[in-house]
Design a protein around this ligand. Structure first.
Ligand SMILES: Cc1cc2nc3c(=O)[nH]c(=O)nc-3n(C[C@H](O)[C@H](O)[C@H](O)COP(=O)(O)OP(=O)(O)OC[C@H]3O[C@@H](n4cnc5c(N)ncnc54)[C@H](O)[C@@H]3O)c2cc1C
Length: 342
């Protein structure tokens, strides 16, 4: 069943046929409303996020002065899965993955921060928060745990200097005799493992939009480049070796996309399968690293130079093989689930 998009997203999408950046086969995955949503997030992300991606990476600094978070909030991206009564859009994981893909396409690190905020934090509150907690925290959309800055006993350690995803700040959270009031308990007491582990399935699904966005970003760089760059009197894209790389990059992207969005659709229909949620990010993350390596290769020397975004795309892609449980752990989960099944 198709839904109507909120007015803000409709306006941003504009009228008219699907734009060229939408690959032909992505339309097999999405209905018209989802296509429209993808286009509107794409435009938003390319206008407001992509221009800052290189500087965020170089400075390892999230530009608070650009108000990206507020702009994304005004666009209602933070509350995609939140019920409308709490100011969200009440959309599902299909939409959440689409947003993650397009934001990551503009900047992997902003995508990662977005995934952590909208899924690890807000979606967990949606799933497990008491009515009072939802009332208090959802419209504001704050931390991953219901611990507030300034609470006695809670502090953060130094910002970590990372290989990639720079500007998406990461640090250790330090708890020293931190007192948590009863009303801040999320989900049932003693059921924390369930709260986090079941949330991890959905985190893996939604984060899998990240490597998809990065693979698309690789093609966004490579395709114009191989058309324009000439060697031996011909565009390098005419060489079959290069066409083979393009084919491998494209099929990696499209197979990951099909897997991710079919699992997202299942989750929206209430069928959350642990091995599939681990499977989508296992597959997409490893493909993204390979695609980023091929993107560097397609650009030759330029691919290795930081003036071009390919190095950043590789460094950002690698994170998805580690965060939200490593590839090894995902394989363990899938193997264990398959072994359990009769
Ligand atoms: C940028 C970034 C952001 C992050 N954000 C968050 C966050 O928001 N919230 C959060 O909770 N965590 C976060 N993490 C932590 C992340 O989830 C962990 O780093 C990751 O799960 C791996 O755990 P570890 O670093 O302790 O590695 P280890 O567990 O020490 O693993 C080291 C190696 O051993 C392998 N290994 C470990 N156990 C086994 C096993 N049983 N069988 C086979 N191989 C095994 C691993 O696969 C890996 O290759 C983040 C990490 C990074 C880098």
């Amino acid at each position: 069943m198709q839904r109507r998009l909120p007015a803000l997203l409709r306006r941003a999408a504009g009228a008219g046929p699907a734009r060229r950046w939408l690959s032909a086969s992505s339309s097999l995955l999405f209905d018209d409303t989802q296509e429209q949503f993808k286009e509107s997030v794409h435009r938003f992300a390319q206008e407001h996020i992509a221009p800052h991606a290189a500087a965020i990476d170089a400075s390892n600094h999230f530009p608070k002065e650009k108000n990206l978070w507020k702009l994304m909030g005004d666009f209602n991206l933070h509350g995609l899965t939140s019920p409308e009564e709490y100011g969200g859009l009440g959309l599902g994981y299909m939409y959440h993955c689409i947003a993650m893909e397009e934001i990551s396409r503009a900047s992997g690190s902003v995508g990662l921060s977005y995934g952590a905020h909208s899924n690890l934090c807000i979606n967990q509150l949606v799933r497990h928060g008491s009515p009072a907690q939802k009332e208090k925290y959802l419209p504001k959309g704050i931390t991953a745990f219901i611990i507030e800055k300034g609470m006695p006993g809670f502090s953060t350690a130094q910002k970590l200097d990372k290989l990639g995803m720079r500007g998406s700040d990461t640090c250790e959270l330090v708890f020293e005799n931190c007192f948590v009031p009863q009303e801040n308990v999320l989900g049932e007491e003693g059921k924390g493992v369930y709260v986090m582990m079941s949330g991890l399935d959905l985190e893996r699904l939604v984060l899998a939009g990240g490597p998809i966005g990065l693979m698309q970003a690789c093609l966004d760089v490579v395709l114009p480049y191989v058309r324009q760059r000439e060697q031996f009197g011909r565009p390098i894209g005419e060489f079959q070796f290069l066409q083979g790389k393009m084919a491998d990059m494209y099929t990696s992207l499209q197979s990951s996309r099909s897997f991710v969005y079919s699992v997202a659709r299942d989750c929206d229909n209430g069928k959350v399968d642990r091995k599939d949620c681990a499977g989508v990010i296992l597959f997409a993350a490893e493909r993204a690293t390979q695609v980023a390596l091929e993107a560097i290769q397609c650009l030759g020397g330029n691919g290795y130079i930081n003036e071009y975004p390919t190095g950043r795309l590789l460094r950002d892609a690698k994170l998805f093989e580690i965060g939200a449980g490593t590839s090894e752990i995902r394989r363990m989960i899938i193997g264990r689930e398959l072994f359990k099944e009769d």
